[in-house]
Design a protein around this ligand. Structure first.
Ligand code: NAD
Length: 486
């Protein structure tokens, strides 16, 4: 039977004011997976009002109580994730079982790391020129945080943006992607089961304009945490500035892999293939640009072609499957346009280039692993985020040229450098303008303690561990005159 989900506000299943529900399709089959409540402004109003109350309750609890609830949530996800979350991730977001399992494990890790942060709302003191005065700095939660999340890692990215603000004592209103509402509601239910007060976590499901916009514009929302496209980030960032509320923006990327001339091309190609093709390239930090030293270029592209063509694609529940479908037809159209434009401008398709068919011969949402050679640098395939299994390989004359090509991007999310030469690697790490640089690895790496985020159009702010605590708290200077004459 098709699942129908309601809004989840104050611990209750709430019907949307409009009475409307929208279809959620399973990307693997494009068949109906669920029908989700379509929230609009009045539902958002209720959720934010509830969250204001939730903030009062939750922020007044002792840190150890917030820590305990988040640890319990981690335990529930660890014990029940396989039965409660795995199938939803596979069906709703088209995740292969290995990626879905990774997300569940990462969620546990994020919740445990966030739990630790509940006790670390450290303040500070600083010297005062007047010895009769003391100066202290206190750290406070900001209030209600709007968490707006994407479809590609709909559980772990939501956790990253919700668990840390909760740890600091904020309440959250979650607006998941319209592609993946069901997983968000199940996650919120787990938080409540673990002891987070009902009013401190609500979920409003629906579309960006009707549901997301009234949430981020709401005067009682004190901070916005968006993980999404740069286009949405620019819009939400401008909205936040109009009210002078903070926005943490984790946005798109076009991450480069630098492959220098001292590596084994076959081994490097295997790393790059994983870096671009995992989850069909629907990863913000995917290696969608590969910059290869001239000396090994021919061997590298031959190895990358073989690696791409050997990837197991198909049954999402088979542990050997590296990827399945793109999220929807619009995603297929976008990557197809990028390829067509690059080819018309002179790029060569090394492998891939189109969708695979369903058994009945109709095109599915599964796109072949695709490698373009020599995409002209003005093309969308090189400049814009394709967010699919498409990478562009270009040749570099030397390290300076490779770094210049890596920096030839409006994005600055992540990068990787494959070399055994530590000096070259560290120079690249220093000079590449990106939020993270990974040496000897591909560019999508996660760690609950790391400051994840990007430069340029990849966003503002950093999330993870103590860095999130900084984003979701305010500082207050308090001073006292010891000999005050009153
Ligand atoms: P998206 O920007 O289309 O949507 C993200 C969320 O924003 C959704 O919940 C959407 O409904 C909402 N939204 C859209 N318009 C809005 C508006 N006007 N007001 C309020 N909310 C609005 O992104 P997506 O397609 O779901 O996700 C893919 C994108 O996310 C890619 O660009 C990817 O790089 C990025 N991403 C970034 C990171 C990171 O850590 N930097 C991680 C994952 C994904």
């Amino acid at each position: 039977m098709i699942k129908q989900t309601e809004l989840f506000i104050g611990g209750l299943d709430v019907k949307p004011q409009t009475g409307l529900y929208f279809d959620v399709l399973a990307p693997e089959t494009e068949q109906l997976f669920a029908r989700a409540a379509q929230a609009s402004q009045p539902d958002v109003e209720l959720a934010v009002k509830t969250a204001r109350n939730g903030f009062k309750i939750w922020s007044s609890l002792a840190p150890r109580q917030r820590e305990a609830a988040l640890l319990k949530a981690a335990d529930i996800v660890a014990a029940e994730g396989k039965t409660r979350l795995l199938d939803i991730l596979i069906d709703e977001s088209g995740s292969a079982i290995t990626k879905a399992t990774f997300e569940i494990n990462y969620t546990v890790d994020l919740l445990r790391t966030a739990a630790g942060e509940a006790r670390r709302l450290y303040g500070d003191t600083f010297p005062n020129d007047n010895p009769e005065r003391l100066s202290m700095v206190f750290r406070h939660p900001v209030g209600v945080v709007a968490v707006v999340s994407p479809y590609n890692a709909p559980l772990s990215l939501l956790t990253k943006m919700a668990a840390f603000p909760l740890a600091a004592g904020n309440s959250v209103v979650i607006k998941p992607s319209e592609q993946t509402p069901v997983i968000a509601i199940e996650f919120a239910k787990i938080l409540l089961e673990a002891g987070v007060p009902a009013d401190a976590v609500s979920v409003v499901t629906g579309f960006g304009v009707e549901c997301g916009a009234p949430l981020v514009e709401h005067p009682d929302v004190n901070c916005i945490a968006l993980t999404g496209s740069t286009q949405t980030g620019i819009h939400i960032g401008a909205t936040a500035m109009k009210r002078m509320v903070r926005a943490q923006l984790e946005l798109g990327g076009k991450s480069a892999a630098l492959v220098l001339d001292d590596v084994d091309p076959v081994k490097a190609a295997a790393i790059v293939a994983q870096g671009i093709f995992t989850h069909a390239g629907q990863i913000c930090m995917a290696n969608s640009r590969v910059i290869v030293a001239k000396a090994i270029y021919a061997d590298f592209i031959s190895a990358l072609k073989t690696a791409a063509e050997q990837l197991q694609i198909g049954d999402l529940r088979d542990p050997k499957t590296i990827y399945g479908p793109l999220i929807n037809r619009a995603a297929v159209n976008k990557i197809s346009q990028h390829i067509a434009e690059a080819v018309a401008a002179g790029a060569e398709i090394l492998t891939g280039g189109t969708t695979l068919p369903y058994p009945n011969g109709e095109p599915s949402l599964v796109f072949q692993p695709t490698v373009l050679l020599n995409s002209p640098l003005h093309c969308s395939a090189w400049r814009d985020e394709s967010f699919g299994p498409l990478t562009n390989v270009v040749m570099a004359e030397d390290l300076d040229h490779a770094i210049a090509l890596a920096n030839d991007s409006q994005f600055g999310l992540s990068a990787s450098v494959l070399t055994k030469n530590i000096y070259a690697a560290m120079r690249a790490a220093k000079e590449i303008d990106a939020g993270s640089v990974h040496i000897g690895m591909h560019s999508f790496q996660s760690n609950a303690l790391a400051p994840i985020g990007g430069s340029k159009l990849s966003g503002l702010g950093r999330s993870g561990g103590a860095y999130s605590t900084e984003e979701f708290t305010e500082l207050k200077w308090v001073s006292i005159e010891l000999n005050a004459v009153l």
